[in-house]
Design a protein around this ligand. Sequence first.
Ligand SMILES: Nc1ncnc2c1ncn2[C@@H]1O[C@H](COP(=O)(O)OP(=O)(O)O)[C@@H](O)[C@H]1O
Ligand SMILES: [Mg+2]
Length: 226
Amino acid sequence: MSEKEILIQATGIKKSYNTSKTNKLEVLRGIDLKVYKGEIVAIVGKSGTGKSTLLHILGTLDKPDEGKLLFRDKDIFEGTEREIASFRNTKIGFIFQFHHLLPEFTSLENVMIAMMINGKSDRDKALELMKEVGVESRANHKPSQISGGEAQRVAIARALVNSPELVLADEPTGNLDTANANAVIELIFQLRNKFNMAFVIVTHNEEFASKCDRVIKMSDGYITSY
Ligand SMILES: Nc1ncnc2c1ncn2[C@@H]1O[C@H](COP(=O)(O)OP(=O)(O)O)[C@@H](O)[C@H]1O
Ligand SMILES: [Mg+2]
């Protein structure tokens, strides 16, 4: 195997929220984190410790008050809003606890809409990905016509349709029964082995975390173990 290549590196990330005029909640107190190309990293920690906030910042859905985010050698938050959005749309995929599929559209359309954000409309690619995640037979079904496990697979296809190099997942099995959760976990490893994208996954599922390449623990706005 070749040298490990750092894909994304966060340094000194801090984030606070004003909870009232006089109160500030320090959610991230100085986070340093490297993620290597093709690596699957689990983030674990109690509720309220800043895991989702960190994931949002890694995905540029939110900005830190302090700190840097390097993607390869590029300082992401130094870019214009347009550059940041373009980075997010082309390099990052998101998977959430709830699938957030648009109810009015079919599975295939939901996957294709994510592509259209980048001005592309490659039906074959969308279908191929749906096949990869095992929901090609549900392409013309709407979200209400498929199971929770299938909907999460469609959401995974949607996250991958722009060939991201980093996929951020916030409790992706949190809303699934054990069988579906295990299937999604297997799928994530299968996808990494095939496409070599990195995953950063917030999870409360200990078995899942233990299978990942690395487990990062967060506590009270800090990373307490790498
Ligand atoms: N937009 C916000 N405004 C104010 N407080 C927030 C906001 N987002 C998150 N928080 C608070 O920040 C803390 C960390 O939240 P979060 O990152 O969601 O934690 P986790 O994902 O580890 O449960 C929580 O106390 C939460 O209530
Ligand atoms: Mg959270």
